[in-house]
Write a protein that binds this ligand. Structure first.
Ligand SMILES: *[C@@H]1O[C@H](CO)[C@@H](O)[C@H](O)[C@H]1NC(C)=O
Ligand SMILES: *[C@@H]1O[C@H](CO)[C@@H](O)[C@H](O)[C@H]1NC(C)=O
Ligand SMILES: *[C@@H]1O[C@H](CO)[C@@H](O)[C@H](O)[C@H]1NC(C)=O
Length: 477
């Protein structure tokens, strides 16, 4: 009895202590998150809304538009009776249900975003039409370029979009966006299968929230809006030209030489673009080595700035340094690893000879789930790198949580308390919650790292990179 009482009260004390401890850590974490949020907001607000120019800056964005059908991956897969495969496998393009099952599992278990062409219209229609009948599916204007265009518009820019679309799809876009590129009879559908962190599909569990996109797009892979867009851009004379959506050319069944032909037209356009117009290229998921090589030759060497995510960074790094692409990489890269890749890419591309319209790289933005990293050449025309990193980070939360007001109880920080600036040697940078954006100088460039308040109640991931990249760019032009 006595013994029982004693252990009972000890247990009670333990519970009380545990409660106090948890409460203190919760309070501490909450305070930490609130400090980081106000620090990021202060950094974002340093640059007055609409940038420093008196007139709103002009931005032209290409290429493509489509109808996005967004839904839960599980629901969409169930609807076509897809079964988790015993062996995930990569296919460059998808011909049937079995290949979809395998390739979806391949990316899902790594939580890696990917976009693949379905080389079977019958199968794709079945899949897409089926998905459209599901109750929890959203159908909206999609494509990288329209998302970026809308973002620039809401940031106060004058915007021109290069895309071919139906009048009905165009009506989903603000009438203030000037659309250059012409009309189509039917919009191409992109089926976006979203999944959450920890979501299960048979034996597979996704380590982070992400999406897998499939399409049977016949129009965007040929850059069909390019010629009309190029004509109008030369009159519009933008401060910034953003190129994106080129993953549409990846693994598309082109005839020999056709892809090079389309990219060649783009290359000529970039060559003729005056230097006062800065060029930004937003990477995407490329799985076809030859395609990415052509994109590097025709676009990367003609860009002042590049934007990419944590999968695209090692992919580009690998192709530039060893001539191979990587399909899957760490969904949670360390800051040091990302910085090493960024330095390598930068040091290769900053020496691009500025002949025949080529440009030296002066800006590199890497967006990951945990942090934003922006590198700019000292003395280049890119301004406000610190505020841009903060804004990119805030946009990541606003986009994935689906709300402009950030709620810290729906956020967490994945970045460590300190990080190393390189994998070998380097110095440690400690993270200060009151001044969350760390900036420093190296050789001939400045670099800023901002932690992301990672959304814990994800509403959408598709379009995230485009919103984030555009939000970063708008403060720098
Ligand atoms: C294309 O899809 C249809 C419908 O799902 C299927 O019956 C057919 O076998 C597929 N073709 C190939 C080459 O896999
Ligand atoms: C690169 O690709 C070639 C041919 O596909 C292969 O033989 C080689 O092992 C690859 N190298 C790396 C580093 O992956
Ligand atoms: C990102 O862009 C899409 C499309 O323009 C928009 O619906 C969404 O609200 C944007 N997200 C943010 C944070 O602005």
């Amino acid at each position: 009895m006595f013994v029982g009482f004693k252990s009972g009260s000890l247990a009670l004390i333990a519970i009380v202590l545990a409660y106090m401890y948890t409460k203190n850590t919760d309070d501490y974490l909450q305070q930490h998150l609130d400090e980081v949020l106000s620090g990021l907001l202060r950094a974002e607000e340093k640059v007055p809304f609409g940038g420093e120019q008196l007139a709103s800056p002009k931005v032209a964005v290409g290429f493509g538009a489509c109808l996005d059908v967004l839904g839960d991956a599980d629901d969409i897969l169930k609807h076509v009776n897809a079964q988790p495969p015993s062996l995930p496998q990569h296919f460059d393009h998808i011909e049937n249900l079995e290949q979809l099952e395998k390739v979806f599992a391949y990316f899902f278990r790594h939580g890696a975003a990917a976009e693949r062409y379905v080389d079977n219209s019958t199968f794709f229609s079945k899949l897409a039409r089926g998905a459209e009948t599901l109750s929890d599916v959203t159908v909206t204007l999609g494509g990288n370029a329209p998302v970026m265009a809308s973002r620039f518009l809401s940031e106060g820019c004058q915007v021109m979009l290069g895309a071919k679309m139906t009048e009905s799809l165009k009506s989903q876009l603000s009438p203030e966006v000037i659309v250059a590129g012409g009309n189509v009879d039917e919009d191409d559908i992109h089926l976006v299968m979203e999944y959450k962190k920890g979501q299960q599909w048979g034996p597979y569990v996704s380590p982070r929230a992400n999406r897998f996109i499939v399409h049977n797009d016949q129009n965007n892979p040929t850059l069909s809006s390019l010629d009309l867009f190029a004509e109008q851009v030369s009159v519009f004379s933008p401060s910034l030209l953003v190129v994106g959506g080129l993953q549409m050319l990846d693994n598309f069944p082109f005839k020999a030489g056709e892809r090079k032909g389309h990219l060649g037209r783009l290359e000529s356009f970039l060559k003729e673009t005056p230097r006062e117009t800065r060029v930004h290229f937003e990477m995407a998921s490329f799985a076809e080595e030859a395609c990415l090589k052509d994109v590097i030759d025709s676009v990367v060497y003609y860009s002042d700035s590049l934007g990419m995510n944590e999968q695209e960074l090692p992919n580009l790094h690998s192709l530039l340094t060893s001539g191979n692409i990587t399909l899957i990489s760490d969904p949670y890269p360390r800051v040091a690893t990302a910085l090493d890749h960024m330095r390598a890419i930068y040091s290769l591309l900053k020496n691009t000879p500025e002949t025949h319209g080529r440009r030296r790289l002066t800006r590199l933005h890497v967006h990951t789930l945990a942090f934003q990293a922006i590198l700019t050449t000292k003395g280049s025309s890119w301004k406000n790198t610190m505020s841009a990193a903060a804004k990119a980070s805030l946009t990541a939360n606003r986009h994935t949580c689906g709300s402009p007001a950030i709620q810290t109880h729906k956020a967490k920080i994945l970045m460590d308390e300190s990080f190393s600036t390189t994998r070998e040697g380097g110095h440690r940078v400690h993270f200060h919650s009151e001044r969350p954006v760390s900036c420093w100088q190296e050789d001939d460039f400045d670099i800023c790292i901002a932690p992301v308040l990672v959304c814990t109640e994800v509403v959408q991931t598709a379009g995230g990179g485009d919103n984030i990249s555009s939000a970063g760019l708008v403060l720098q032009i």
